[in-house]
Ligand binder design. Structure first.
Ligand SMILES: [Fe+2]
Length: 473
């Protein structure tokens, strides 16, 4: 272990993860006996390719980190997702498939050719963003319509399911919504005519809804209430024909057009028809938080920014700077009156938040939800990468923080206790990178008071990743 503090960038962003067979971790404190299952987190695991630099945090090859928790003990393992993008990157030391902000190197001939004829890239199957149980199978999810099945206990990759064959002109989200056994997702179709579509994930050939759009926005998620799907499209948009010629990496085909404002499409779930379209001031968002109906109003809580500068700040050349200043995402509440067509927006808490999670299984689409968990920048330490966890009550604006000097906690995942009475009656799991001790640990917090119950130390620093899931054993 290093004597001197390392940087967040070295330990948490820019290195290649070691794969690990299951190893027992030493636990400090006490993990509740009732907690039993596999906590799996997805995210970039290979960030350094010898033949080609990656440009963005969202470009790395996916690795799964598994924490198997039983009777107060924790076993850790790590495996790369054995997809085609990873196999070729490992073999060649460079990309064969297009990632978020880095493309494969093109020959001069191909560069010239792409100015004359459409030049569709090889879309990545590097499903590095999220994990979810879809039907009876555990899937790693990314933003192309390909899911990778894995075993939540061994992290073994089983294979890829291509939802839309030859789908270079399609993008989807890594944040499906669930209703019983059904998973819904948003698919963006680019072409001469472009569409936002909602699909049943397991029946992708038939769209539930299809809404024409001239210039599609970059969308990382969508919302769902009991009656409606919600597509909140900020003005970070692409010209579809430019995408077909693909002269630059995916996200760099998008431009920020604040004068166009944001458009919020409300789609009736029962019919698939567009119920309403609201136009409001420009905003950008990765993550929806919750949505529900109240009389004539549809209420949407969303983790939003004034602009899309957060995407620029996630480029590695920015994150390399220890004093990087990340834009503050906050919880905004949009009240949309479906009769008068008026929309009202309000920031519900002053706290910075990203990677928001709620008690989804019990409280999604429910106005009674009271707590959002996320990563944050502590109000007294606003420089550098996310350095705290926050619990926000969007009703009262009350915030509660977990902060430890030199630590960078990842997405918090709430798990209700066995007799849980509300959405703070349980525990929160988060993988924390400690730059002072140059290690990572699984943190177990009491969600009621954000006090530490236990921590289990991993064998090496874990790259800061994205989203996680807990699959009960
Ligand atoms: Fe996400």
């Amino acid at each position: 272990m290093k004597e001197k503090p390392t940087t967040f960038f070295e330990a948490g962003m820019y290195h290649n993860q070691m794969e690990h067979a299951p190893v027992q971790l030493s636990v400090t404190g006490r993990i509740p006996d009732w907690l039993s299952g596999n906590f799996v987190r997805n995210g970039p695991g290979m960030m350094v390719l010898p033949e080609q630099p990656l440009k963005h945090w969202f470009d790395g090859m996916a690795a799964l980190h598994g924490f198997s928790i039983r009777q107060g003990k924790v076993e850790y393992s790590c495996r790369f997702l054995e997809c085609a993008s990873y196999a070729t990157a490992r073999a060649d030391g460079k990309l064969t498939y297009s990632e978020f902000a880095t493309d494969p190197c093109k020959s001069i001939f191909k560069k010239v050719q792409s100015y004359v004829i459409p030049s569709p890239p090889n879309m990545t199957d590097n499903a590095k963003v999220n994990v979810a149980k879809i039907g009876e199978r555990y899937m790693a999810l990314g933003e192309t319509p390909m899911m990778i099945e894995f075993d939540p206990k061994t992290l073994e990759t089983y294979g890829m399911q291509e939802l839309i064959p030859d789908g270079f002109a399609y993008k989807t989200t890594a944040h499906p919504h669930f209703e019983g056994d059904t998973a819904f997702n948003l698919v963006v179709k680019f072409g001469m005519f472009s569409f936002y579509r909602i699909h049943d994930v397991l029946q992708p050939k038939k769209a539930i809804s299809s809404v024409f759009v001239k210039n599609p926005a970059y969308l990382h998620g969508f919302g769902m209430s009991k009656k409606y799907f919600i597509i909140a499209a900020g003005p970070l948009t692409a010209v579809p024909l430019e995408l077909l010629f693909w002269k630059r990496p995916f996200i760099e085909n998008h431009t920020w057009n604040p004068r166009e404002g944001a458009k919020i499409y409300v789609i009736e779930k029962s019919t698939g028809k567009l119920k309403a379209k609201f136009e409001t001031e420009a905003f950008f968002s990765f993550h929806h938080v919750n949505a529900w109906e109240e009389g004539e109003e549809l209420v949407m809580d969303i983790n939003a920014y004034d602009d899309a500068n957060i995407i620029q700040k996630y480029y590695l050349k920015e994150l390399e700077r220890p004093d990087v200043e990340l834009p503050f995402g906050t919880i905004r509440r949009y009240r949309m009156n479906l009769r008068t067509r008026k929309v009202n927006a309000e920031i519900r808490s002053s706290a910075c938040i990203e990677l928001p999670r709620i008690d989804y299984e019990r409280y999604n689409t429910d106005a009674a939800y009271r707590h959002v968990y996320g990563v944050s920048l502590h109000p007294d330490h606003r420089q550098g990468f996310y350095n705290s966890l926050v619990r926000i009550n969007p009703e009262t604006g009350e915030n509660l923080y977990w902060y430890e000097n030199g630590c960078h906690p990842g997405e918090p995942y709430f798990i209700p206790s066995p007799d849980s009475k509300n959405d703070k009656d349980g525990i929160v799991l988060s993988i924390v990178l400690d730059t002072i001790r140059n290690c990572s640990f699984l943190l177990v917090l009491d969600a009621q008071n954000f006090q530490e119950l236990a921590r289990a130390e991993a064998p090496e620093p874990i790259i800061y990743g994205f989203h996680s899931g807990f699959f009960s054993a």
